[in-house]
Write a protein that binds this ligand. Structure first.
Ligand code: SPV
Ligand code: MG
Length: 431
């Protein structure tokens, strides 16, 4: 009997999947691959049920003969191991980034005479409704909040992108890229104090108050499902910090990062050019302890950010602080640097990892931007935050447009670099 293979990349079964199985049965024995958690997160979205639950769900569908695991969205391993006679898929994989998957399958099958079966993709109100419901579920606080800890167990390195409103949230949520046969997307979002303040035309000195920062979080949450890491600056007074932790946790934020500075906080990338005071180890540890005491779930993380390298206090000071803050209960350590060369970050990470294998490490490679995610992961980094690149790319583009309209006294000259009106009208999904 011929083998017909399909990969299911989601956690709900709807009429589209049933249709694929019906079609597949016409050609032979139907074998379904269930995509692993890691591959599903990279390719699609966070699963709302476990891998084992997804397997049993698929196994229970009449017509399915066997269920196997697919570990990567590219079918190489499956094709190499099982040599399916047919691979069946909705014809939606003929366009967009996922076309790379089809091209690759076609190439691999052709080496032994296997064939692709494209079935018309099922897309109707009912299927859309099922998909929307899953997304809404993922956006609920109890689902979203725990995603960051889950990702830390699944992904070799968690990638967060800066967002500061609904639109940038949508970019972090939806951007999927195919490059050299790999599909990838961001895992999480960073609500940067620098970019949240800049978007409001304000300096990054803890001037934008918590109520306003929470409003930004809410705007982002309205249109996204991915986990949020909040830039909590210094965390403020201990008596205020506990309220911040309680509110963020209730909202469904996954982590707050607070930096060990005190008094008037200025952006780290100023370094020692402006007066900045580092908090004492004792006081900052008290702040961490107070936050950990108030939090209600195991999902939420309080991450301590160490400013010793920024403030030129030396590696030993940075490492001592890391040890003390972990001791105080910090769920992660962020080490920051404004050097172009990543050497001091690497030295910190390597030394820290020698003595501590568990505590997640976070870095923000704005200055030391030559180092790759793979290299960071090799030095024990668990979360990489792209903290300001969206804001820094949008600003010059908008400024140039404003200048050109002034220069030409009309907008025609800028039009070919703008998003078409037809596209902006349909950019945002309607309920
Ligand atoms: C931010 O994005 O606001 C940060 C990171 O705190 S940095 O600007 O690099 O200090
Ligand atoms: Mg900040």
């Amino acid at each position: 009997m011929k083998m017909v293979y399909a990969c299911f990349t989601t956690d709900v079964i709807h009429e589209g999947h049933i249709n694929i199985i019906h079609e597949a049965q016409k050609y032979g024995e139907v074998v379904i691959g269930v995509l692993s958690d890691e591959a599903m997160i990279k390719y699609n979205r966070f699963p709302t049920i476990t891998f084992e639950e997804r397997q049993s769900l698929v196994q229970s569908i009449p017509g399915v003969s066997r269920v196997i695991t697919q570990k990567d969205i590219m079918y190489n391993e499956i094709i190499r191991t099982y040599h399916p006679d047919y691979i069946i898929h909705g014809d939606n994989w003929k366009t967009g980034p996922i076309r790379a998957i089809r091209d690759n399958v076609e190439k691999l099958l052709s080496s032994y005479g296997g064939q692709i079966i494209d079935v018309p993709y099922t897309y109707n109100e009912n299927v859309k409704h099922i998909d929307d419901k899953i997304r809404e579920k993922l956006a609920m606080p109890e689902f979203r909040r725990k995603q960051l800890k889950q990702l830390l167990n699944i992904r070799p390195i968690v990638k967060a992108l800066e967002v500061h409103n609904g639109l940038t949230g949508l970019i972090a949520e939806k951007t999927v890229v195919e490059h050299e046969g790999e599909l990838d997307q961001f895992d999480a979002m960073w609500i940067s104090s620098l970019c949240d303040s800049t978007a409001k035309g304000k300096p990054d000195i803890e001037l934008v108050d918590m109520t306003s920062r929470f409003r930004t979080i809410d705007d982002v949450m309205e249109v996204t499902t991915k986990p949020i890491i909040f830039d909590g600056d210094t965390g403020g007074q201990i008596e205020h910090f506990v309220y911040t932790v309680r509110s963020l946790e209730r909202m469904g934020v996954s982590a707050i990062i607070i930096e060990d500075k005190t008094g008037l906080k200025q952006n780290s990338l100023f370094g020692t050019k402006v007066p900045q005071t580092q908090d004492t180890i004792e006081h900052f540890s008290e702040k961490i302890k107070a936050g950990k005491k108030i939090q209600l779930t195991d999902d939420f993380m309080i991450i301590a950010r160490i400013e010793s390298l920024i403030l030129e206090q030396g590696m030993e000071d940075a490492l001592n602080r890391a040890r003390a803050f972990v001791e105080a209960g910090a769920d992660g350590i962020m080490i920051h640097s404004r050097k172009k060369n990543p050497a001091e970050i690497i030295e910190f990470c390597d030394t820290f990892r020698k003595e501590n294998k568990e505590t997640p490490l976070v870095v923000v490679p704005s200055s030391f931007n030559t180092i790759t995610e793979e290299e960071l992961a090799a030095h024990g980094v668990n979360i990489v935050i792209y903290a300001n690149q969206l804001t820094r790319s949008a600003f010059p583009a908008m400024e140039q447009t404003a200048k050109d309209i002034l220069k030409y006294h009309r907008a025609k000259e800028v039009d070919d670099r703008l998003m078409p009106i037809s596209k902006i009208l349909t950019l945002i999904d309607r309920l």
